[in-house]
Design a binder for this molecule. Sequence first.
Ligand SMILES: *Cc1c(COP(=O)(O)O)cnc(C)c1O
Length: 359
Amino acid sequence: MSQIYNFSAGPSALPSSVLKKIQSELLEFRDAKASVMEISHRGVDFMELTKKAKKNLRNIMNIPSNYEVLFLQGGASHQFSMVPINLLKNKKSANYVNTGLWSQKAILEGSRYCRVNVCSDSKSNGFTDIEDFSDWNIDPDGAYLHFTPNETIAGLEFDYIPEVDMPVVADMSSSILSRPIDVSKFGVIYAGAQKNMGISGLTIVIVREDLLGQAISNQPILFDYSIQAQNDSMFNTPCTFAWYVASLVFEWINDFGGLEAIEVHNKRKSELLYKAIDSSDLYSNKVSNKYRSRMNVPFLLSDPTLDQLFVKKALESNLLGLKGHKTVGGIRASIYNSMEFKGVEALVAFMGEFEKSCA
Ligand SMILES: *Cc1c(COP(=O)(O)O)cnc(C)c1O
């Protein structure tokens, strides 16, 4: 197989060493005498895997001991409901920051449970910028503040964590494990696994202990963080294979040198790509420099009728998954942790050739 680079937004590329490891032990998992897909989640082999995975994630992210780490089923979208169910308590409202499509989905679901105060809205700038924090209109009686550190479609990424007098909740689906963060500044962090942690089906939730135990009582029991925590995320059968893949990704991050090394890697890749975009006449990215995403780099062609040809030619050059999201068009290169620097170099070289061929 010739070298292929996969720029898919999610599900997205896995490190090739992880794929090979899965292949090599797919039929017989370590000492289990069966595939990891075939064994009990309560058996010793799988329990050992989960213990190690949790420990590794705690170490990698430096998660303080007063936080629970949950390995749940469902997508990040389930958390759009679980967050209000667990955190509203006796409050009637919550603050949400709108920086793009995923924020909007969280807002829509949150509105089913409480009055949503959109404390900052990037809609008017087409999701290319974030209003200064000092101008946000925060409801002090809100139960929490929800934001999306990286908007996967707009390519709009915070370079700071908002500090407020209420729990901060972050949908980190497309940026978790892409750089070191201070977990202690958050009430809840959640992320679907299929971007930077493995495959779909698994969602990681990191929740501060003091926020547990007050879920709205008439809601599905599986949606109660404290029930999940009490049962080690095994109230029912967990998504064992996705959990297994995540465990390998955590080991891969350790081998890579942890999040400091990953951050350097991600900075280098995104800088190369933005430089190529900014120095060309054909490509453009309108996101404010400060808030440009290191994970998802959307860009437009000055002549949108060339989009299709770009994607087709790129595919012929073994560059996959570059079609922009249907709501914004253009091109999007998702360059998560697993994307090699060489992959971005190949994309940049292709972009240069394509531009020349269009001149
Ligand atoms: C992909 C994505 C989601 C949706 O995740 P699902 O697992 O499909 O529910 C939510 N938020 C962000 C920021 C994402 O990138």
